[in-house]
Design a protein around this ligand. Structure first.
Ligand SMILES: [Zn+2]
Length: 328
């Protein structure tokens, strides 16, 4: 009998990561393709189809059988239908498509669709820093702030797939405008895009000239580069963001009381000082009982967490079914 394999897809604005895993969370092969995120829903589906076809060919080479597929995607996912409930900002036209139906019709196998931050949390839970934990909270700190939680072996999804929007929990009443439309969110202070904008505003206010890669508005990569080069204003904004992150995590930890907090994302990987400040501030701001049994760990799956989570969710959802589809 051939080995049962699972495809994991992690869709982002610029690329789709694709991987093959077994039922135990081991990643056997992976690649990445352009996601055509700016070209509309049909182009994105085309990218997902190409990625899946590539994975099927690889499964054939490995002598395995595709049992099911998991997809991590930006947006709020309706778990009854697998459709994206609201349009996604950086993926033009990505809303409402019957994604399980698409994979069933094209390839003949079952698919589980999950929000990308939730998929990343599941990846760290099933194969990373939170392996074997009773409960975990994960945050991914990049241009935005993502959140996910697993409680007693179950992914926390909420009533309509919108649970653990950690970046949009309240940090400062009547505070900075957030990209989500609300004010004072954690992300408006600790998210990379917001920090880069704040850096630009302060530079302008103080008459400081800042260098940007594209010569326009500062981006997160410009801010991180300036910070690592020792720019005082960049580090002022980044340190404030790190403190906001630490304080911003406290409410989630009080609510969920997890065994493990997993910290991941590009900013924390690029800037060790960021993580140190965030953890220090968190410890100063939290109730002692919430810290008592808490372990704070760095993410282990890196930017593959979403893809690993996606195929692991497929294995979790469909792994016990006997029916497989032989690769074409
Ligand atoms: Zn917000």
């Amino acid at each position: 009998m051939t080995e049962a394999l699972f495809i994991g897809l992690d869709l982002g604005g610029s690329e789709v990561k694709v991987g093959l895993g077994d039922g135990n969370g081991s990643l056997l092969w992976h690649s990445r393709l352009d996601s055509h995120g700016r070209d509309g829903g049909e182009a994105i589906l085309g990218a997902l189809e190409d990625a899946t076809t590539l994975a099927i060919a690889q499964a054939t080479e490995l002598g395995g059988t595709i049992r099911a597929l998991g997809l991590g995607t930006p947006g709020v996912v309706d778990h009854e239908t697998g459709r994206i409930r609201y349009p996604v900002a950086n993926l033009g036209g990505w809303c409402g498509t019957d994604l399980p139906g698409f994979f069933r019709d094209r390839f003949g196998f079952s698919a589980v669709i999950e929000n990308d931050a939730n998929a990343a949390a599941w990846g760290e839970y099933s194969a990373g820093a939170a392996r074997g934990a009773h409960s975990m909270v994960m945050t991914t700190v990049g241009t935005g702030i993502g959140g996910g939680a697993v409680i007693e072996g179950s992914l926390l999804r909420g009533a309509n797939g919108g649970a653990m929007e950690l970046g949009h929990t309240l940090y400062a009443a009547e505070g900075r405008q957030c990209h989500c439309g609300l004010r004072g969110c954690v992300e408006a202070y600790a998210g990379g895009r917001s920090m880069a904008e704040e850096w630009g505003r302060r530079a302008m206010g103080r008459g400081v000239v800042i260098e940007t890669r594209l010569g326009g508005d500062p981006e997160l990569s410009d801010l991180l580069k300036a910070g690592s080069a020792g720019d005082p204003l960049a580090n002022e904004v980044l340190d404030e963001g790190a403190r906001a992150l630490g304080r911003g995590l406290v409410s989630s930890l009080h609510l969920i009381n997890p065994e493990i907090l997993v910290l991941g994302g590009g900013i924390l990987e690029a800037r060790p000082r960021h993580k140190e400040i965030a953890i220090e501030t968190l410890k100063e701001s939290i109730l002692p009982k919430a810290l008592e049994r808490l372990t704070i760990s760095s993410a282990e799956c890196g930017n593959r967490a979403g893809m690993i989570g996606a195929f692991s969710l497929a294995a979790h959802s469909f792994g016990s079914q006997n029916k497989g589809v032989e690769p074409q």
